[in-house]
Write a protein that binds this ligand. Structure first.
Ligand SMILES: *Cc1c(COP(=O)(O)O)cnc(C)c1O
Length: 357
C-alpha cells in the first residue's frame, strides 16, 4: 500500500483496543498478533504458493511446533509412526507420548522402512532429509500408503526448507519445521511453524487451526515473542542459498549428492532429486576416529565449531559429542554458509590434510 512501510515494524501489544463484543482478528496478545500474521502468511506462501486452502501457525521453536502438532492430533489409544533416525529431541517426545497412552512405532527413514509400520496408525511422521544422517525417503509413496490406511502425514521440512522441498505438494497433510535454522539464517532466533490444509471434510484433526479450540498454540502459550516473529520477515536476506553454496557443498564431500558420506547412496540421491529442488546447506561425513574429527574441527579457520546449521557463517561439529544420535564417533555435520566457495573448499581440504595422522 502506498505510504505504508515496505517492512512494517514489530507490534508488541499484549492487548488491543476492544470495545463491545470481543471478536475480530486481534483481541489478546497470546492469541494473535499482526506481526505473527504477516510471518505466517509469508511462510505459507513459501510452503504452498498460490493456495488459499492452507494455513500456517508460528511457534516459539521447532520443538514447540512439533509438540503442538503431535499432542493436538493424537489421542490415547492412537498409534504414531516416527523415524528412528530423526532429530534427537524427538525421542524425548516419544516417552511423553507413551505416558499419554499413544503407541509409538519407529522405523528408519532410508528404504521407506516406515511403510511396514503403518497398519492401524493415526499419524505418520517423516523427516526427510533426516538430521543428522541425511537419509531420505520417497515422501509421495509414503503419503499414498498412509492415506490409504486413513493416517495423516506430517513432514519435518527443517533440513530442506520450503525453498528445497514442499511437502504439501507431495501430498503431506502438514509441513512442520524449525525456523531456527536456515529459514532465519542468522542463528539469532528460535522459531517453529506448522503449515497444513484448512478443514478437509468434517475431520477436525486434519486441520491446523479450524477453530480456536483446535488451535494448539494460543491456549498453550506456545507462540513466543512478537520480535521473534518480526526479525525473520522477508526482506531480511540471510539464509538464502547463494549459487555458490551448492558448489562449495559439493567440493570437499564428493559431487552433487545430497548425502555423500556413504558409497551406496545413489538410489537415495535419485529419490532426493525427484522430490527436492535444492539439497540444502548441510553435508555430513565420517572421519576414521573421534581424535581425527576433533583435530579436523580445530584446524578449520573459516568454519566455527558450533552446533545447529543454516546460518550465513559455516559451522561444523562432531555430532557424537551430544549422545542421542546413532552416529559413529568421527561423524561430522557441516553447515555451509555464505562464504566464498573457493575459500571454504580450500579451508576444509587444508584442515583434512593437517588433521591426518
Ligand atoms: C533443530 C531441529 C528441530 C527443533 O527445532 P528448535 O527450533 O531447535 O526447537 C526439529 N527438527 C529438526 C530436523 C531440527 O534440525
Amino acid at each position: 500500500m502506498k505510504y505504508e512501510p515496505t517492512l512494517p515494524g514489530p507490534v508488541f501489544a499484549a492487548h488491543y483496543h476492544l470495545p463491545g463484543e470481543p471478536t475480530g482478528p486481534y483481541t489478546y496478545g497470546r492469541d494473535e498478533n499482526p506481526t505473527w500474521s504477516r510471518l505466517e502468511l509469508a511462510i505459507g506462501e513459501l510452503e504452498a504458493p498460490g493456495r488459499d486452502d492452507v494455513e500456517t501457525l508460528a511457534f516459539a521453536s521447532g520443538m514447540a511446533a512439533i509438540s503442538a502438532l503431535l499432542f493436538s492430533r493424537l489421542r490415547s489409544g492412537d498409534t504414531v509412526v516416527l523415524p528412528d533416525d530423526g532429530y534427537q529431541a524427538l525421542s524425548l517426545l516419544r516417552e511423553q507420548l507413551q505416558v499419554y497412552g499413544v503407541e509409538v512405532r519407529t522405523a528408519p527413514t532410508g528404504g521407506d522402512a516406515q511403510l511396514d509400520a503403518l497398519d492401524g496408525a493415526r499419524l505418520l511422521w517423516i523427516e526427510s532429509p533426516s538430521n543428522p544422517g541425511l537419509d531420505v525417503c520417497d515422501i509421495r509413496r509414503l503419503v499414498e500408503a498412509a492415506h490409504a490406511r486413513g493416517a495423516l502425514v506430517a513432514v519435518d521440512n527443517t533440513l530442506a526448507t520450503p525453498l528445497g522441498q514442499r511437502p504439501l505438494e507431495l501430498g503431506a497433510d502438514f509441513s512442520v519445521a524449525s525456523g531456527t535454522k536456515q529459514l532465519t539464517g542468522h542463528g539469532d532466533i528460535l522459531l517453529g511453524y506448522v503449515t497444513g490444509r484448512v478443514r478437509r471434510g468434517d475431520d477436525r484433526r486434519t486441520s491446523v487451526a479450524e477453530d480456536r479450540r483446535g488451535d494448539p498454540r494460543p491456549d498453550g502459550g506456545l507462540a513466543g515473542a512478537p520480535f521473534a516473529r518480526h526479525a525473520p520477515a522477508p526482506g531480511r536476506p540471510a539464509g538464502r542459498h547463494r549459487p555458490g553454496r551448492r558448489r562449495s557443498a559439493a567440493g570437499p564431500a564428493g559431487g552433487d549428492r545430497a548425502a555423500p558420506s556413504r558409497a551406496a547412496r545413489r538410489p537415495l540421491h535419485e529419490v532426493a532429486a525427484r522430490q527436492m529442488r535444492r539439497f540444502g546447506c548441510v553435508v555430513s561425513f565420517t572421519l576414521p576416529t573421534r581424535a581425527r574429527a576433533e583435530r579436523f574441527l580445530e584446524a578449520l579457520r573459516l568454519v566455527d565449531d558450533a552446533t545447529s546449521f543454516g546460518g550465513v557463517r559455516s559451522t561444523a561439529e562432531r555430532r557424537g559429542r551430544w549422545g542421542g544420535d546413532a552416529v559413529p564417533e568421527g561423524f561430522i555435520r557441516l553447515s555451509v554458509g555464505a562464504e566464498d566457495p573457493e575459500d571454504l573448499v580450500a579451508d576444509v581440504l587444508r584442515a583434512l590434510e593437517e588433521s591426518a595422522p
